[in-house]
Design a protein around this ligand. Structure first.
Ligand code: TGC
Ligand code: FAD
Length: 391
């Protein structure tokens, strides 16, 4: 009797089989790129806190920037395809997925959704190729989880505006040619497109990070920064503007976190089979197997959750609170998986010789940005109780 094949450890539930041909092809293409181009370099980039700027155009040429948008040079891919790209990019490094999230979901998406026809034509095609990088300024030094407390203001000056304020933690800020900045106006919160080099606009790097070291984080400073009328995003007023952008980026993180988790699981699994202690592979000890199986269970559940949310999104049925549930679960579990993987690697787990500690440190940022796990808990809590616990 032929031996019964065992499920593949890296796709135990056969989730790849739930994908269509186009989805599998896109996933395989991004995965090869990460394996051949990113994996050999990422430890050096991370250690040197170096952002490889040349990667932006490469991602653009693969059609991954603003990939879930249509027209204006964008690839017009589905939500599931966008998610799969995030999954495979983050298996390389969360910084790579951050770059794509911010460019596509936080910079291009608001222009595509709320911009004038002229703004779309002006910015989107060069953002899709990667020639123009965008960043997103919502968080401020005193305004993180509660962005509605922002102090940045835009006041009318003739036909245009004057911007004053301080944004912090803008991913891509130092390399961006355009910043999407959210500011308080007399009508409510509005979005502005601020080109690099505008007088009164300066950018300062945030250094000494021990997480997302291969990603640019910046402060954006606006001092009597004069903007023309063409800078205003005409299509949205109020906090719904910036918060709706977050749904897009959070969705990508639901998938991406599972990529980082898978990379940690794969590394720990391999190590458990080759590392001998007490005369046998550590993977033969029951406690190690329990760790590996717990990791696998959460990885596969997280993948199913991501795919389910992706299918809902493609059907136009995904609610922001459902995205919150996905971000909460998948990032929390990814971090647990990374920590468990670290223990399986023992002392080697703290070196950059293996990808685990890098992913683990990156995931600490992912747990915090795009809404902390506490905030997503409260968003889901409000959805099920009807009671608001933020304030
Ligand atoms: P709230 O009073 O609840 O709502 C104000 C208005 O906004 C609407 N709204 C949404 N619309 C679309 N999508 C959502 N998810 C929305 N959430 C709220 C809402 O309907 C209302 O509209 P209207 O028309 O009635 O005015 O707002 P609030 O200010 O009380 O906020 C509640 C809370 C805490 C959930 C929100 O502030 C929040 O999500 N806080 C977390 C902040 C956050 O996630 N910041 C992320 C910054 S960007 C980032 O981290 C990028 S990292 C990227 C990377 O490198 O990958
Ligand atoms: P705080 O809001 O000060 O929170 C501190 C702690 O208090 C958290 O544990 C939080 O959950 C908890 N807390 C706060 N309020 C409550 C409450 N009501 N109930 C219970 N607990 C609560 N922002 C941008 O605008 N653009 C970007 O591109 C961007 N990129 C980022 C990149 C990185 C690497 C990082 C680390 C952050 C980035 N951010 C960006 C900022 C990010 O969105 C914020 O850090 C995040 O929203 C949390 O804000 P905070 O850091 O000020 O923490």
């Amino acid at each position: 009797m032929p031996k019964r094949p065992r499920p593949d450890a890296l796709d135990f539930l056969g989730i790849n089989g739930l994908l269509g041909d186009d989805e599998r092809a896109l996933r395989a293409g991004v995965s090869s790129y990460v394996r051949d181009r990113i994996a050999p370099e990422i430890d050096k980039w991370f250690e040197a806190a170096h952002f490889p700027a040349e990667v932006v155009a490469e991602l653009g040429s693969m059609g991954l920037l603003g990939m879930h948008l249509s027209g204006y040079g964008c690839a017009g891919r589905t939500a599931v395809e966008y998610g799969l790209a995030c999954l495979e990019l983050e298996a390389g490094d969360s910084g790579l997925r951050s770059l794509v999230s911010v460019q596509g979901s936080l910079a291009m998406w608001p222009i595509w959704s709320y911009g004038s026809e002229e703004q779309k034509r002006h910015w989107l095609p060069s953002m899709a190729t990667g020639e123009t990088v965008g960043c997103f300024g919502l968080t401020e030094p005193d305004s993180g989880s509660d962005p509605s407390s922002m102090r940045t203001t835009a006041t009318r000056a003739g036909e245009g505006w004057i911007l004053n304020g301080h944004k912090r933690w803008s991913t891509n800020g130092g390399i961006a040619k355009v910043a999407v900045v959210w500011a308080r106006t007399e009508d409510g919160v509005r979005g502005f497109l601020v080109p690099r080099g505008t007088p009164g606009f300066t950018v300062r790097a945030i250094e000494h990070k021990l997480s997302l070291r291969a990603s640019v984080s910046s402060e954006l400073l606006f001092e009597d920064c004069k903007l023309g009328p063409e800078s205003l995003l005409p299509g949205v007023v109020g906090m719904g503007g910036p918060l709706s952008c977050l749904n897009e980026a959070r969705f990508g993180i639901v998938w991406g976190a599972m990529g980082a988790a898978r990379a940690c699981f794969e590394c720990a699994l391999e190590h458990s089979k080759s590392r001998l202690q007490f005369g046998k592979p550590i993977g033969a000890f029951q406690l190690t197997q329990a760790k590996l199986v717990d990791m696998l269970v959460e990885l596969d559940k997280g993948m199913l959750l991501a795919l389910h949310l992706g299918r809902l999104k493609d059907n136009g049925e995904l609610a922001p609170e459902q995205v919150s549930l996905g971000k909460l679960n998948n990032v929390r579990e990814a971090l647990r998986i990374a920590r468990a993987a670290r223990t399986i690697l023992g002392a080697d787990g703290i070196t950059l010789e293996y990808p685990v500690i890098r992913h683990m440190n990156n995931l600490e940022s992912v747990l915090t940005y795009e809404g902390t796990s506490e905030i997503h808990t409260l968003i889901v809590g409000e959805a099920i109780t009807g009671l608001r616990a933020f304030s």
